[in-house]
Design a protein around this ligand. Structure first.
Ligand code: AHZ
Length: 309
């Protein structure tokens, strides 16, 4: 430990300039002979672990304070949007803000507490693109476990070098700018760690942080403790008159409506997934996820129009 304790660790903001000690990597086969004889982990000092995490996190906060695209909510629609954008535009900086510690929203189970996930055709195209296997049942397909869909989608999204997921972080407000004609444009998001957001009533003065971006995609789901956040804020800031309120369940009409209505609801804010049902008074679909994937595909297309202009 003295070697670890005495090693000079220069403080520097640049992740790449961080000192790295050489410790040869081994294969698992090489390790197999060593459990009883000479097995040790490479040495570490606690501050190295702290710095390895905080340096990267604060570097990301610094880097993504100016993003090209912010996606609010990492449920099935938000992650599908991120996947399409990450694939199409490796040159754009994309921040995903997810209030929960665990990304994925409601897509870890297929419905009630059942495992399988149903997608109506033609959303099987999204699964094929993603490489998720399914059973073909004619008009719809079934993934054997919703978690296979969500974990595959998540792993692909997180692998894009131009996408950063800030989880356990809530969007608390929207940044706005006034155009010369007096209309408003959404120009970014106001964030806080979710645990802080949850304590504004019992702790004073916990001001938020911000991310500027020319376009924000909101996919925060239907109304609930967290859901429909951005569109509810549009009402309170008088950018839309009122919410239509999500209607009862009708699978056939609901899925078509969500995809069809995925759009830029006010300048700078594209809305996708079930958050849209609150804007337009559309039905819910219950446990069929095709509209979430294809709303994500369409939301990505809407966003890219901004950069193609
Ligand atoms: O934690 C939320 C979830 O992961 C996150 N979120 C909500 N408010 C947020 C905020 N800041 C940051 N202010 C926030 N994150 O948004 C995510 C929404 O995921 P979801 O799975 O609830 O929504 P979705 O539209 O992607 O998928 C909806 C799935 C549904 S609901 C439904 C029905 O009720 O009939 N049917 C389907 C398929």
């Amino acid at each position: 430990s003295s070697e670890v304790d005495s090693a000079p660790l220069k403080s520097s903001f640049d992740v790449k300039s961080f000192p790295v000690r050489s410790s040869k990597s081994k294969t698992l086969d090489e390790l197999a002979d060593q459990w009883e004889n000479g097995f040790t982990f490479a040495p570490i000092r606690e501050s190295q672990v702290s710095r390895a995490m905080t340096r990267r996190y604060f570097n990301d906060l610094d880097n993504y304070a100016e993003s090209d695209i912010v996606i609010v909510g990492a449920g099935s629609c938000g992650l599908s949007t991120a996947y399409m954008l990450g694939k199409a535009r490796p040159d754009l900086k994309i921040a995903i803000i997810e209030a929960s510690v665990s990304p994925g929203g409601g897509a870890w189970l297929g419905g009630q507490l059942f495992s399988a996930m149903v997608m109506r055709k033609p959303a099987d195209a999204f699964l094929t693109d993603l490489g998720v296997p399914f059973d073909d049942e004619g008009d719809f397909v079934v993934v054997k476990h919703a978690a296979l869909f969500t974990s595959t989608l998540l792993s692909k999204v997180l692998s894009f070098p131009n996408i950063k997921l800030f989880n356990a972080t809530a969007v608390e407000d929207l940044i706005t700018r006034q155009n010369s004609d007096g209309t408003l444009r959404i120009a970014g998001v106001v964030t806080n760690w979710t645990l802080v957001t949850m304590h504004h009533d019992d702790q004073s003065c916990m001001d938020p942080n911000t991310i500027n971006a020319p376009i924000v995609v909101s996919t925060t789901g239907h109304d609930g403790p967290f859901g429909a956040f951005c569109v509810k804020r549009l009402v309170s800031m008088q950018q839309i008159e009122k919410l239509g309120g999500m209607r009862g369940l009708d699978m056939n009409t609901a899925e078509d409506a969500i995809v069809k209505r995925t759009r830029e609801v006010v300048p700078g804010l594209v809305v996708g997934g079930m958050e849209l049902s609150e804007v337009d008074g559309a039905n819910r679909m219950g446990p069929t996820f095709g509209a979430m994937a294809l709303s994500g595909v369409k939301a990505a297309e809407e966003v890219l129009k901004v950069f193609d202009e």
